[in-house]
Design a protein. Sequence first.
Length: 155
Amino acid sequence: MKRTSLAGDECPIARALDVFGDWWSLLIIRDAMLGRRRFGEFQASLGLAKNILTTRLRTLVERGILTTVPAADGSAYQDYVLTPKGRGLFPIMVALRQWSEEFDEHPEEIGTILVDRDKGKPVRKLALYSQDGRLLSAADTMMKPRPKPRRRVVA
């Protein structure tokens, strides 16, 4: 099935989904954040068919989420590592995780919790704050058109 590109959409959410918007890609990104680097590691973790995994990895590399580097062990293999763009997805992954922890029908079945590595304490729920420090909800926000860049008049 051919996907429709959302790259030219005015909505930033649609544009983001165009880059990583299928569950396999998000699960590959999750696994990369957990330290998986090799094709075989991704396949073993996800149980994904090789052709689908190959396509998803290629797309994530083309879109700048992952890059390939020579294998750390010096073998002929290559490792897939997150780029800065890929690591920038961390808050999105945490938000998805926290949403599931709050609204899943069986949260007791979730096998892990996200903790601060240094203190071992659960991570606080993500929150959105205004520039002056107020906690915001969806009702406190709105969309407005982005100002158009000013055209320079050359005389």
